[in-house]
Every structure is written in structure tokens, then in C-alpha cells.
Design a protein around this ligand. Structure first.
Ligand code: 5GP
Ligand code: ZN
Length: 115
């Protein structure tokens, strides 16, 4: 299911161009528009799910396996010192776009990012 009013549905499915780091049948990984650090990326499923609670188990597994692989790639390519894998669900938890996504935030010693 896609939601025609959802910006991440449009981006994930190529309806709006984005800085894409990776794409497969189920996901697109893009650079965040307001990066917390250099290389901050978002994993977006191509199907619309509001949050992790709405995510089918198979998609959940694929999404977090992809997060693990992308985190490893970031360490290798960006030479960062660490990576935050963060995921917000609900406004109270800091979610602002209600299409499930995983943040991959490369961390650099002393970067001071308040993640
Ligand atoms: P949330 O607060 O929902 O966990 O994260 C939403 C993230 O999406 C924020 O980090 C924000 O900068 C990013 N974002 C919002 N709109 C866009 C957009 O149109 N394009 C991209 N690439 N990132 C976006
Ligand atoms: Zn969506």
C-alpha cells in the first residue's frame, strides 16, 4: 500500500528525486535533508507503514538487516567512529514523518550531535 499524501512514499518510489545511497525491490536509502552529522541517512520501505508497530515481521527483519549492512558500509566508506541506528515511533517519541524509517547517523569523535 502507498499513501498518496505521504512524502516518504513518493521519495521511496522515485516520484520525488532524492540523494539515493542504495535501492532494492523493497527499500530506498536516502540522505536526510537535515542531517545530524555528515552522511546521516534514512532507510525507507517502498510500502507505507506508519511506524514499527505497523510493520509486518518480514519487512521488519529485512529493514534491520539492511540497517546492519548499511552501518557496516558507513564505517568503511565514511571512516566514522560509530553509527547510531535510531527509529522513532509516535510524535511523543520524536517522529515527524509518519512513514516508518530507520535513521543511520554516522558519529565522529567529538561531533557533539545531540542524537
Ligand atoms: P523523524 O523525526 O520522523 O524520525 O525523522 C524524519 C527525518 O526526515 C528528519 O531527520 C528530517 O530531516 C527528514 N526529512 C523530512 N523531510 C524530508 C525530505 O523531504 N527529504 C529528506 N531526504 N529527508 C527529509
Ligand atoms: Zn508513506
Amino acid at each position: 500500500m502507498k499513501d498518496e499524501n505521504c512524502i516518504f512514499c513518493k521519495i521511496a518510489n522515485g516520484g520525488i528525486p532524492s540523494a539515493t545511497l542504495y535501492e532494492d525491490e523493497d527499500f530506498r536509502v536516502i540522505l536526510d535533508l537535515g542531517p545530524a552529522t555528515r552522511g546521516h541517512a534514512l532507510i525507507l520501505p517502498k510500502e507505507h507503514y506508519a511506524n514499527v508497530i505497523a510493520l509486518p515481521e518480514e519487512v521488519t527483519a529485512k529493514a534491520f538487516i539492511l540497517a546492519k549492512k548499511m552501518a557496516a558500509k558507513m564505517m568503511e566508506v565514511l571512516h566514522c567512529d560509530g553509527v547510531n541506528v535510531v527509529q522513532n515511533n509516535g510524535e511523543a517519541a520524536g517522529q515527524t514523518v509518519f512513514h516508518f524509517h530507520i535513521h543511520l547517523i554516522p558519529r565522529y569523535e567529538g561531533d557533539g550531535a545531540g542524537v
